[in-house]
Design a protein around this ligand. Structure first.
Ligand code: DGY
Length: 342
């Protein structure tokens, strides 16, 4: 019987889909709080025809070369910076992801973070829950406006990266009567009416909120570092729900401590899950544990998409969501598939 190695337990609907199929499913790590060791990953792949991975596993060349019969990698995430796609393509291994289903959930969460840092919601909760709320006061927990608010000035939202999630975040700005500045190196398609495409420097200088929506690549690593943070307004906030290493976290800690910017709301970290020293001690941050797509329905849908991709990999058919579709035309893929069926 063919085998799918699922690195860590995915939501039940995804596992259910695998169970219904005529395959043996092995889950490497069932403890939600524990990761999968490198040894266990390599061992699991050795026995597997298809790997279903999460963003917490580094699927590099060593992993991909572990089993010459490996027919595919189904990554249960839209981001796939954890997979060496170039090596996979060279080896004739299709790689797939879960695009689209988490767009709105992640855009909603980006706004939740943005509102939380501007209006100090976590601080307000702690204050109230600690029994400190004794009297309403005109100076209590003052924050920044998101919509025009008291001074009547439209606020500017800077969206860095304009893929599906960046665009969904930009669309939501309409409800807050904001101006939207977009920076992207690729074709943004049709921008919303209130949005303008600008260079990164202009976006940083003019925005009241800067929201990052870039995939992690060699080019985007530390795209936001000390020079970029210094360009932002002292009253501006940074929000990152994409990938941690896009922001130089050490520089960010300095920027927050020295008041180069007003605050930051982060869902992702440069050395995830570790935080850069002092980040958590700052009082102008809101920190979340990479839960942008974490709604029950969306995570179930991601899991079923990854499972469907995995089953396609297993059968040698083109997966619904390949990130390296060119692999299907390669000699390496044809050889791999015929070795597996032979
Ligand atoms: C992704 O899918 O890439 C997110 O980071 C987790 O949902």
């Amino acid at each position: 019987m063919k085998r799918i190695f699922v690195t860590r337990r995915i939501p039940s609907e995804g596992l259910g889909l695998l169970k219904e199929a005529d395959v043996r499913t092995e889950v490497g790590q069932s403890d939600e709080e524990a990761g999968l060791s490198r040894e266990a990953l390599l061992e699991g792949v050795q026995r597997a025809d298809v790997l279903l991975s999460l963003l917490t596993e580094r699927v590099d060349r060593e992993v991909l070369e572990t089993h010459p019969g490996l027919l595919g990698v189904a990554n249960c995430a839209v981001g796939y910076d954890n997979v060496d796609v170039e090596a996979a393509t060279r080896l004739g291994i299709p790689v797939s992801n879960t695009p689209g289903v988490l767009t709105d959930t992640t855009a909603d969460f980006t706004w939740a973070l943005l509102l939380s840092i501007a209006r100090r919601i976590p601080e307000a909760h702690s204050y109230t829950a600690a029994g400190k709320f004794r009297l309403w006061g005109p100076n209590l927990l003052l924050g920044g406006d998101v919509s025009p608010g008291g001074n009547g000035r439209k606020k500017a939202l800077g969206v860095v990266g304009f893929g599906r999630i960046g665009a969904a975040v930009a669309r939501r700005a309409r409800g807050f009567d904001m101006e939207v500045l977009v920076h992207t190196r690729s074709d943004p398609g049709r921008l919303p009416d209130e949005a303008t495409r600008v260079e990164l420097d202009e976006l940083l200088e003019r925005s009241d909120f800067v929201s990052i929506h870039l995939p992690l690549t060699e080019e985007t690593q530390h795209r936001i570092g000390a020079p970029e943070l210094r360009r932002m307004k002292e009253t501006a906030y940074l929000v990152n729900t994409s990938r941690g290493p896009v922001v130089d976290e050490k520089a960010l800690v300095e920027a927050l401590r020295e008041g180069w910017i007003a605050g930051a709301a982060l869902d992702v970290y440069e050395h995830e899950p570790r935080l850069t020293p002092d980040l958590a001690e700052l009082d102008n941050v809101v920190l979340a544990p990479h839960i942008g797509s974490a709604s029950r329905d969306t995570r179930n849908r991601m899991a079923t998409m990854a499972a469907a991709n995995a089953l396609h990999h297993l059968s040698g058919k083109k997966a619904p969501n390949p990130v390296n579709p060119e692999v299907y035309d390669s000699e390496a893929w044809r050889n791999r598939r015929s070795r597996a069926s032979g």
